[in-house]
Design a protein around this ligand. Sequence first.
Ligand code: PLP
Length: 390
Amino acid sequence: MTRVYLDWNATAPLRPEARAAVAAAFELVGNPSSVHAEGRAARRVVEEARREVAALVGAEPRNVVFTSGGTEANMLALSPATGAGPGGAPCGRLMVSAIEHPSVLAGGRFPPSAVERVPATPIGVIDLVALERRLAALAGEGSGRPLVSLMLAGNESGTLQPVSQAARLTHETGGLLHVDAVQAAGRIPCDINALGADLLTLSGHKTGAPKGVGALIKRDEALALDALVKGGGQERGARAGTENVAAIAGFGAAAAAARAGLEHERAHMDALRRTLEAGLRAISADVIIFGTETERLPNTTLFTVPGMKAETAVIAFDLDGVAVSSGAACSSGKVTPSHVLAAMGVPPALARGAVRVSLGPTTAESDINRFLDAWRKLFQSLTNRRDIAA
Ligand code: PLP
């Protein structure tokens, strides 16, 4: 039986364009820092990829710093020394929304005492009133320039965050805004200038590039970064180490394909998700789909029925040939309820049952039907075992 892969928020299958670019780059022998022809050929590939990645988010290519992924890009961004230097003060405080990815919640290189969480509202978006209040209080206290980190789209529920409003509030108090756009880029329009983000994180493998490559992107070239990996002067001193040329080439190709297909892919995923959610509702009137009161990514559904345990459901789906995940895949293996649902005020018993289904551009209607068949069986067996109310 062929497998049905519906866990694109954990990682996306490699795009054919990325596979071809990676294979071609593997043939290059040179180090991109070398001046000879072999080195220059590798450099050309890296710079072409830089242009494509920049174009995906409307940035200047020279403001793209390649990293080993989204986690490293977040770590690179979240430093008290970000933006410090001539004309810029260091950041005294890091404010992260309570629904961020663990790589942001960890606080980067800020001491834990300098990190604070801004609550989310029950619909799954940052509480802008609380953010504004805290920014005003910090300005009054003179506790240093704030760095705010807010994701563009949630990896669990797919809810979109009011990033440009947060940017305005942050900038009004002289702060900087970092945006984790890992789940959003390539799925919805994502323009660094329109968002007002000072820094933007991307991860290659969510857009069909190989795993282990990402980027931190600056809006303004003059913004100082505090290198996390120090050594040679690669990436304009922001990230030392010989570039992962093949993965970067794949990232560039995936970014180009995602940009070219954005509208079509978005509409395709949106239509399939409607079918999926209509099917979920038809099978059980009790189904709860999280995040529907606000805008979401077109590809993500986070759902449960009262009494269900997500671990059991994910295993049952897997045995039926369908790959989905419980809550955040980055933390799969952990049975603790999702911090995102907790921040939305969802009771732990309900949050423990949340199953995430995430689609991609090559998901087909037959995949949705297979998923719904598997869910129908699972739901019936749960109901028969009286684990959940009929
Ligand atoms: N940020 C978000 C929102 C994510 O969903 C993820 C991965 O799931 C990351 C950051 C980390 O990216 P990477 O896997 O490239 O380290």
